[in-house]
Design a protein around this ligand. Structure first.
Ligand code: 13P
Length: 283
């Protein structure tokens, strides 16, 4: 059975680790993530952005993730990542999705609260957990591009009000990470994260973890991050392995052959990220 992120994030918070949320796109990427998480005995979150849902289909994603829960005995959550359409979120909840992110972070504070609260009110009727973002991450996720100069860090005082007024289950914070690859090593605002942690008791989420050094992510976990989102760093080795395969085998056309090295390359990254999150041997 697909689960919400409630129990897994509270366990992570209590025990000082983070649950990795891997962005998946299709059958193969789902398979790599759940197989590896099961081998390492880690709870795991399969995250789907709006363009993934558009590409793969909301029903297909749901059924594939559900099939994974029948095969692997670890907690698996299927999570809508960075969704902005209230209609799409409600449709997914009606279908059985148990975890959603409503991203209204581009609206001004009062509007952000109002939009998020409307989703929380709906989702909690079905025991679905809701994540929302306060502040604004730079970089690109799907078609959403935020210029570095428009990025905005989370204000710890606003965070308390945001959490209280919306009733969300987890809060995505902006502390200097960005979506996509970094031009230079990101400088994270650990003090700000510490402040937020002191003021807000619900699980905190780190977006844009690709390219952030292992020790920096672990420091954020020590300071209270309980969910770490990883997308770009999985896509690159997957694509690279396919390119190399075709360089060496230009006449091959069998997906059951050229997707194998791609899955293996992605698996190595998933293993590293589970280790980074300190989430192995937790289930
Ligand atoms: P990256 O692509 O930088 O890993 O970001 C992933 C993310 O935050 C998904 O929500």
């Amino acid at each position: 059975m697909l689960v919400s992120t409630r129990k897994m994030l509270l366990d992570a918070q209590k025990n000082g680790y983070a649950v990795p949320a891997f962005n998946i796109h299709n059958l193969e990427t789902i398979q790599v993530v759940v197989e590896t998480a099961c081998e390492m005995r880690s709870p795991v979150i399969l995250a789907a952005t709006p363009s993934t849902v558009k590409y793969a289909g909301v029903e297909f994603l749901y059924e594939m993730a559900k099939a994974a829960t029948g095969k692997y005995d670890i907690p698996i959550a299927l999570h809508l990542d960075h969704h902005e359409s209230i209609e799409d979120i409600k449709k997914a909840i009606d279908m059985g999705y148990k975890s959603v992110m409503i991203d209204a972070s581009h609206h001004e504070f009062a509007n952000n609260i109002e939009i998020v609260k409307s989703i929380v009110d709906y989702a909690h009727r079905f025991d679905v957990t809701v994540e929302a973002e306060l502040g604004k991450l730079g970089g690109q996720e799907d078609d959403l591009v935020v210029d570095e100069k428009d990025a905005m860090y989370t204000n710890p005082d606003q965070a308390i009000e945001f959490v209280e007024k919306t009733g969300i289950d987890s809060l995505a914070v902006a502390i200097g990470t960005a979506h996509g690859l970094y031009k230079s090593e990101p400088k994270l605002d650990f003090d700000r994260l510490g402040e937020i942690r002191k003021k807000v008791s619900i699980p905190l989420v780190l977006h844009g973890a690709s390219g952030v050094p292992f020790e920096c992510v672990q420091k954020t976990i020590d300071l209270g991050i309980t969910k770490v989102n990883i997308a770009t760093e999985l896509k690159i080795p997957f694509a690279q392995a396919i390119k190399e395969f075709f360089d060496e085998n230009p006449n091959e056309s069998d997906p059951r052959k050229y997707l194998i090295p791609a899955k293996n390359a992605m698996k190595n990254v998933v293993m590293d990220k589970i280790t980074m999150c300190k989430s192995s041997n937790r289930v």
